[in-house]
Design a protein around this ligand. Structure first.
Ligand code: ADP
Ligand code: MG
Length: 220
């Protein structure tokens, strides 16, 4: 399989905090990867770098042959919109739109066919058990329902790269298992490269490749 992500000698500091201290990582197209590590070890930081939300201090991050560190802000934003789906734990829904309105918002911004995205979203919502939530307002949904709506929103665009930060953090163990299994299945169907940060061993064990971050490095 071809290399889709190539991270070389990446370092990242936040002020005096050295978070990543030389990360090298290759991920193939279509690979499904779990990232684990202690709280504060830099898992979210690594996802932000892969998704072009942050820039490395040193080193290079290449996704689909493009060096993100060399892109200007505009190109980086275009890369994020076209190539990356994010499912982040604190990625809130806009309170003034229904769940479906929230799901369709990035599609509208990106100029996608709203009918196609809506059909996909309804199918995904059914598979994730949140069909009844689509017409509701965010404040009427539980944390777990909001999290699943976030997943529907990210997946309905079929991004080549899907980055998930603790996607099951608000779910009970039954729904956590279901969502994890479905993320893996959908990634396989859509040939999506899937990277999931989790502290949950059960979630991590569902993925063929597991990576551990410790002290700013990736353990082999
Ligand atoms: P993890 O996701 O593994 O828990 P993070 O990547 O969120 O770890 O954070 C790694 C370290 O970097 C932590 O010490 C955190 O406090 C710090 N950090 C993360 N983001 C910022 C930021 N924007 N500004 C300052 N420090 C940050
Ligand atoms: Mg984190």
């Amino acid at each position: 399989m071809s290399t889709f992500i190539r991270v070389q000698k990446v370092e990242k500091d936040y002020g005096p905090t050295k978070v990543l201290r030389g990360v090298d990582l290759e991920i193939s197209a279509g690979e499904r990867v779990a990232i684990r590590g202690a709280s504060g070890s830099g898992k979210s930081t690594l996802l932000y770098l892969l998704g072009g939300l942050e820039r490395p201090g040193k080193g290079s991050v290449e996704v689909a042959g493009k060096n993100l560190a060399q892109m200007n802000d505009e190109d980086l934003a275009a890369f994020r919109n076209s190539a990356v789906g994010f499912v982040f734990q604190f990625h809130f829904l806009l309170p003034s739109l229904s769940a479906l309105g929230n799901i369709l918002l990035p599609a509208r911004i990106g100029g996608h066919d709203a009918k196609v995205i809506e059909a996909r979203a309804k199918n995904l919502a059914q598979r994730l058990g949140v069909s009844a939530c689509l017409e509701k307002w965010p404040h009427q949904l539980s944390g777990g329902e909001q999290q699943r709506i976030n997943i529907v929103r990210a997946l309905s665009l079929r991004p080549p790269l899907l980055l998930c930060d603790e996607p099951t953090g608000n779910l009970d163990s039954l729904n956590s298992g279901k969502v994890t299994e479905l993320l893996g299945e959908l990634a396989l169907e859509n040939k999506t490269t899937l990277i999931v940060v989790t502290h949950d061993d059960k979630v991590a064990s569902a993925f063929e490749r597991k990576i551990v971050i410790e002290d700013g490095h990736i353990l082999r």
